[in-house]
Design a protein around this ligand. Structure first.
Ligand code: RUB
Length: 286
C-alpha cells in the first residue's frame, strides 16, 4: 500500500494498535522505495524523509510511529552508497527493520506469557495486539484462565479483543467501560498495552486505562503494561494526547448546545503498574 493510503488508514483507525501501525508504516516506506524513481542519493533521501513525515504524524499519541519511521530513515542514511545501489540496500535494510519489529513482538509475547497463571481472571482494555498475543501464547502453552474485555468506547476496540480471544477458545466476557470498578474485586490481574512509555515511565494508552489503574489499586489487583521498546520515548519529547471527532461518540445523535470532548488516550503514572513486560522480559516493580 502507498504511504498516503497507509497514513489515511492509520488516521481513520482502519489500522490500529501501536505496534501494528508501526509495522504498517515500515512496510509503506518499503513500498515507497520500490516505486521511487529518484536519480540521486540526495533526491532519494529527501523523498524518503518527506514520505516518512506523512506517516510519523498520523497518530500523535503513538510514539512507535515516529520511532519506527526514524529508525527506518537512519538505517538508510547510514548506507554509504549512491543510486541505484542505495535503493537495493535500502530495501534490504527496511526488510531487516520490519523483521526486527516483528521479532521483538514475538519475543515479548513469549516472555510475557509467563506472567499468566492457571485459574486467573484477567482484565484487559482496548485492543492491544501485544496483550491478546501474549494471552493466546499462554493459552497455547496449556495455561487455563478467563478474560474480561472492556468495550472501550467510543470505537469499541474491546470487541476486537473479545472476538480474537473467543476465536482462540479462551473464555471471554465483555463488559461496558463503566463496569470496570464493579468487576475489579474478582479480577486477579489487569493488563494493558501502551501507545507510548514516557521518559519518566508513565504510560500513554487508550482512554480508560487510568480509571482501570485506579480501580486496580483500590482493590489490590496487580496491573501490568506490555510494550515493545519501540514505544519508549527515549528522547523525552512527549506526545500529544489525541482528540478525535465528536461524531465517534454521538453516532448520529443530535445534542444541541452540548460540547462533546472525545479524548482518546490518557496517562497512567508508572507507580500504578506492578511491572512492565518488554521483549527484554518481565520487570516487576519498576
Ligand atoms: C489502541 C491502544 C492499544 C495500544 C497498544 O488504540 O490503545 O492499547 O495501541 O496496542 P487505537 P499494541 O485503537 O486508538 O490505536 O499492543 O497492538 O501495540
Amino acid at each position: 500500500m502507498s504511504v498516503e493510503s497507509v497514513a489515511r488508514d492509520i488516521k481513520e483507525m482502519k489500522i490500529q494498535g501501536a505496534v501494528t501501525i508501526a509495522i504498517a508504516a515500515e512496510e509503506a516506506l518499503e513500498e515507497f522505495i520500490k516505486s521511487c524513481q529518484a536519480g540521486s542519493r540526495d533526491d532519494f533521501l529527501s523523498q524518503l524523509r518527506a514520505e516518512g513525515r506523512k506517516l510519523a504524524e498520523a497518530r500523535p499519541s503513538a510514539i512507535a510511529l515516529p520511532n519506527a519511521v526514524r529508525a527506518f530513515i537512519e538505517k538508510v542514511e547510514a548506507i554509504n552508497l549512491g543510486m541505484p545501489d542505495l535503493k537495493e540496500a535500502a530495501l534490504l535494510a527496511g526488510k531487516e527493520l520490519i523483521a526486527d519489529t516483528k521479532d521483538s513482538f514475538n519475543e515479548l509475547i513469549e516472555k510475557g506469557s509467563e506472567v499468566v497463571r492457571d485459574g486467573q481472571l484477567i482484565l484487559i482494555h482496548c485492543h492491544s495486539s501485544t496483550v491478546t498475543g501474549l494471552l493466546k501464547k499462554a493459552w497455547d502453552k496449556g495455561k487455563r484462565f478467563k478474560v474480561i474485555c472492556t468495550e472501550t468506547r467510543p470505537s469499541k476496540q474491546g470487541f476486537l479483543s473479545a472476538k480474537e480471544l473467543a476465536e482462540h477458545e479462551i473464555p471471554t466476557t465483555l463488559v461496558v467501560d463503566s463496569a470496570v470498578a464493579s468487576v475489579m474485586p474478582g479480577v486477579d490481574m489487569a493488563m494493558v498495552g501502551a501507545d507510548t512509555v514516557l521518559k519518566n515511565g508513565d504510560v500513554v494508552n487508550k482512554i480508560g486505562t487510568l480509571g482501570l489503574a485506579l480501580a486496580a489499586k483500590e482493590f489490590g489487583v496487580p496491573m501490568y503494561v506490555a510494550t515493545q521498546r519501540i514505544k519508549f520515548d527515549t528522547e523525552g519529547k512527549g506526545v500529544d494526547i489525541e482528540s478525535r471527532p465528536a461524531e465517534e461518540i454521538l453516532e448520529g445523535a443530535e445534542l444541541p448546545g452540548v460540547e462533546v470532548e472525545n479524548l482518546v488516550f490518557d496517562i497512567t503514572k508508572k507507580v500504578y503498574f506492578r511491572g512492565i513486560i518488554t521483549e527484554g522480559g518481565v520487570r516487576q516493580k519498576w
